[in-house]
Design a protein around this ligand. Structure first.
Ligand SMILES: Nc1nc2c(ncn2[C@@H]2O[C@H](COP(=O)(O)OP(=O)(O)OP(=O)(O)O)[C@@H](O)[C@H]2O)c(=O)[nH]1
Length: 405
């Protein structure tokens, strides 16, 4: 392809190194912990295993009043008020999973409160509850089968014991569905720019996610560049530009309808020349025509790999959790077109079907790397299965009983 610089490189703001750790290997962790308070880090560490999920102190389980930010659907980033304080992972998971918790957790709780015997009827009801939370049919059956065995094995009779087994099994099954070595950490280049390609259909929250991600890594002390390679949708470049300005990062833009691959080429050149740590590439997601999409993505990837052989370091598929099982269908189509290395699941705060996380894991075997729990710039967090399952049950678990169990 021609190396004509069809794209216009523009520096929207000088990157300012922050005080955060800049160690590349630990960037996700650094970024993830950076905004959290010391207390939150400590409480999260104490919850690194399921056993400790059950033994979380009563004080830390008291729920903050949840106000899921599902309000207006605008294409502009939502401005945060000056006074808005950064939420810890725990607070954000707690608030963002409120809707799912209401349907799933409370139904489960009702089921547990009313059961007399852990019999077939109980497991049928459990399966229904799980399917209702969109964990997917296969996953629901698998989970209740394993629970049936485990409940027998542990001779769990009391409601709290059964609930404890359910929580344990959910995390265990999530872990089993993946590869031991994989993690939610982004694959970072040992040296030179790391290139992350974002794919996904229109409206799922790709641009917003890139904006949040850019801010996150900029805050962690990284020199971040964005490539506005969605030249197809009018307004997509402007939208990304707003996020770039907000996150104080640089952006490479193209002319409307110009070749997105040219934007990618210019962005990769700039990233190499000017020693950027990380380049996030926004793409258009035209799933209506799979062949075109495939060709477009393949062309972008070819250019990236030609310029940086180990890149792209990640191809992140952005999915909208509110679309439930449709998100899974989209994911399957994208997987056929390109090597997806991770999922970003957005708008979990806007749905009661948070169980989709488990379905994605079970059916796609691709790790969920980040989740979107709101529209604000800080509402994107690395996915943590423990934190997630804990968030589903928070405030519903009888902690004192669990501690005794
Ligand atoms: N509640 C909530 N809204 C979100 C989240 N992520 C994105 N959104 C909203 O979803 C809408 C669509 O997001 P965009 O970033 O424009 O989606 P996109 O995939 O880039 O869409 P195109 O640019 O059309 O391809 C916006 O109103 C965002 O504010 C989230 O985690 N929670």
């Amino acid at each position: 392809m021609s190396a004509e610089p069809a794209a216009v490189a523009e520096t929207s703001a000088q990157p300012v190194a922050s005080v955060a750790s800049a160690a590349p290997a630990s960037v996700t962790q650094a970024a993830s912990r950076e905004t959290a308070s010391v207390t939150a880090v400590a409480s999260q560490e104490s919850r690194s295993s399921l056993t400790s999920t059950a033994s979380v102190s009563v004080a830390s389980i008291s729920t903050a009043s949840a106000e899921a930010s599902t309000s207006a659907v605008t294409s502009e980033p939502v401005e945060e008020s000056e006074s808005a304080s950064v939420k810890t992972d725990e607070q954000l998971y707690d608030q963002g999973l409120e809707k799912t918790r209401h349907t799933f957790g409370e139904r489960l709780n009702a089921l547990l409160a009313n059961f007399r015997h852990v019999d077939e009827g109980f497991f049928d009801d459990l399966e229904e509850t799980l399917i209702g939370a969109d964990v997917g049919f296969d996953m629901a059956v698998k989970l209740s089968d394993e629970l049936r065995d485990e409940v027998k094995l542990q001779n769990a009779k009391r409601s709290q014991d059964v609930q404890n087994v359910i929580v344990e099994k959910m995390v265990e099954i999530y872990d089993q569905a993946g590869n031991d070595e994989e993690s939610t950490a982004l694959n970072m280049a040992p040296e030179g720019p790391t290139v992350i390609l974002f794919v996904g259909v229109n409206g799922v929250g790709k641009t917003t996610t890139i904006g949040k991600m850019a801010n996150r890594y900029h805050q962690a002390g990284k020199k971040v560049l964005l490539a506005a390679a969605d030249t197809f949708r009018a307004g997509a470049t402007e939208q990304l530009d707003v996020w770039a300005k907000r996150g104080h990062v640089d952006i490479v833009k193209g002319q409307p309808q110009s070749d997105p691959a040219a934007v990618v080429f210019d962005a990769v050149q700039k990233a190499k020349r000017e020693n950027y740590d990380i380049l996030f590439v926004d793409t258009a997601g035209r799933l209506q025509n799979k062949v075109n999409l495939m060709n477009e993505l393949a062309k972008m990837k070819r250019i990236i790999t030609r310029e940086i052989p180990a890149a792209p370091h990640e191809v992140l598929l952005v999915l909208d959790a509110t679309t439930g099982q449709n998100a899974l269908t989209q994911a399957k189509l994208f997987k056929e077109s390109t090597d997806v290395t991770g999922i970003v699941l957005t708008k979990l705060d806007g749905t009661a079907r948070g169980g989709i996380v488990l379905a994605i894991r079970n059916e796609l075997h691709v790790p969920v790397k980040f989740i979107g729990l709101g529209e604000q710039i800080d509402d994107l967090r690395p996915f943590d299965p423990n934190e997630f399952v804990y968030g589903l049950f928070k405030g519903l678990i009888d902690v004192s009983a669990l501690e005794k169990a």
